[in-house]
Design a protein around this ligand. Structure first.
Ligand SMILES: Nc1ncnc2c1ncn2[C@@H]1O[C@H](COP(=O)(O)OP(=O)(O)O)[C@@H](O)[C@H]1O
Ligand SMILES: [Mg+2]
Length: 325
C-alpha cells in the first residue's frame, strides 16, 4: 500500500508564491512507487482547496502523513502544526512549540543564549515605545531593525544613522508589535541544513553572497543576483564549529525533522553567530536546504523519504505517551 502524503502549500503568508514553488518540487520528487500525493492548496485568503482538515482524530481517513510546505506566518509558526496535532495526523517538521519559538526572533535568541550558543547583541522594543535615541545609545551603527515574527527579510532594514534608524523602526512597527534591534555584523553569511529527531545531523554549509548590502527581499526573490558557494570556503575548524552550532541550535529550540540554521561570521574577530533557524526552509529544486543535503550525500528524493520516516517515528513516539491517568 502506498503512503498517502498530503502536501500542504500556499497559505496566508507573504511567502505564498515561494511555497507553491517549493511544493511543486516536493510533489515532483516524492517517489511514485512509495507515495500517493494528496494536494492541499491553501489560498492567499486562507481558504483551503478542496476541504480543510477536521481537527478531530480519525476525521481525515484519506491521509497517512502531512508534509506542510508552508513558509512563514500561519504555516511555519506552529498554527498549522497545532491543527495537525488535534487531528492526530503525523506531519513533517517541527512541532508546535519549536515552530513558534523559531519564528520569533527574540524568543529564539533567548533559547539559544541559554544554551551558550553565540548570538548577536540585541534587544526588543514594543511598537508603542519606540525611542531611536535610546536604541542608538545601546548599540553602535550599523543597526539591524526587524519585526520579531516574519521572514523573507520583509520589514527588515539596516540603519547607518539616526534618520535611517527612525525610518527603520517605523517600518518594522508596521509588521509586528515586537521589534528586534541588533548590532549589524560586518562579515559573511552562511547556511547549514539539519536533519533528524533526537540525534540530528548537520550538512556541509554553504555561503550566501548577497548582491545588495544585505540579503533583502529583492535579493532573495526578485534580482536573482545573489551567489551561493557550496561548499562554503571556510577553514575545517570553522566548518566543524558551524555544523556543531547548527545541531546545537536545532536541539535548543526543540526542532524535529528539518531546520536550516543561518549564520553570520564577523570578519574582524572571526566570531560565528547563529542568526536564525528556519523550520520550513525553501524546498524548490534550487533551494539551499535540499542542495546542501545533496552535496552532503542525500539526494532530494531520499531526503523526502527520510523526512517522512522521521514524521512517522515522532508520531509513533507520541502515540506511546499517556495524556490521561
Ligand atoms: N545582525 C546582522 N548583521 C548583519 N547582517 C544581518 C544581521 N541580521 C540580519 N542580517 C541580514 O539580513 C538578512 C535577513 O535577516 P534575517 O534575520 O535572516 O531575517 P529573515 O527571517 O527575514 O530571513 C540576513 O540574511 C542578513 O543578510
Ligand atoms: Mg534569514
Amino acid at each position: 500500500m502506498k503512503l498517502r502524503v498530503a502536501v500542504l502549500y500556499g497559505g496566508r503568508s507573504g511567502e505564498h508564491e515561494v511555497s507553491i514553488r517549493s511544493a511543486e518540487s516536493v510533489i515532483a520528487a516524492l517517489k511514485p512507487e512509495k507515495y500517493e500525493v494528496v494536494r492541499v492548496m491553501i489560498g492567499k485568503d486562507g481558504k483551503w482547496l478542496p476541504t480543510p482538515f477536521l481537527p478531530e482524530p480519525g476525521a481525515n481517513p484519506g491521509i497517512d502523513v502531512v508534509f506542510p510546505v508552508l513558509h512563514g506566518t500561519f504555516g511555519e509558526d506552529g498554527t498549522v502544526q497545532g491543527l495537525l496535532e488535534l487531528a492526530d495526523l503525523p506531519y513533517v517538521g517541527a512541532n508546535v512549540l519549536a515552530s513558534a519559538v523559531s519564528m520569533d526572533k527574540d524568543v529564539m535568541k533567548r533559547v539559544c543564549r541559554d544554551q551558550g550558543i553565540p548570538i548577536v547583541d540585541y534587544f526588543v522594543l514594543h511598537r508603542d515605545e519606540i525611542d531611536p535615541e535610546a536604541v542608538a545609545a545601546r548599540l553602535p551603527f550599523p543597526i539591524f531593525v526587524k519585526p520579531a515574527n516574519l521572514g523573507s527579510s520583509v520589514g527588515i532594514s539596516k540603519a547607518h544613522n539616526m534618520d535611517e534608524l527612525e525610518a527603520a523602526l517605523r517600518t518594522a512597527a508596521q509588521f509586528d508589535t515586537k521589534i528586534v534591534v541588533e548590532r549589524g555584523i560586518e562579515g559573511r553569511e552562511f547556511e547549514c541544513s539539519v536533519l533528524g529527531n533526537e540525534d540530528p545531523a548537520a550538512s556541509i554549509p554553504c555561503e550566501i553572497l548577497p548582491s545588495r548590502e544585505f540579503y533583502d527581499y529583492e535579493d532573495k526573490y526578485e534580482l536573482n543576483l545573489a551567489k551561493i558557494e557550496l561548499p562554503a570556503k571556510l577553514s575545517p575548524e570553522d566548518t566543524a564549529e558551524m555544523r556543531r552550532l547548527a545541531v546545537a541550535c536545532f536541539t535548543a529550540v526543540g526542532c524535529e525533522g528539518m531546520g536550516r540554521v543561518d549564520f553570520l561570521r564577523e570578519t574582524s574577530t572571526g566570531k560565528l553567530f547563529v542568526n536564525e533557524i528556519n523550520t520550513i526552509p525553501g524546498f524548490t529544486s534550487i533551494s539551499m536546504y535540499p542542495k546542501m543535503w545533496e552535496y552532503t550525500g542525500i539526494p532530494y528524493g531520499d531526503l523526502l523519504d527520510r523526512l517522512i520516516e522521521l514524521a512517522l517515528e515522532r508520531h509513533a513516539a507520541k502515540k506511546a505517551t499517556r495524556f490521561t491517568r
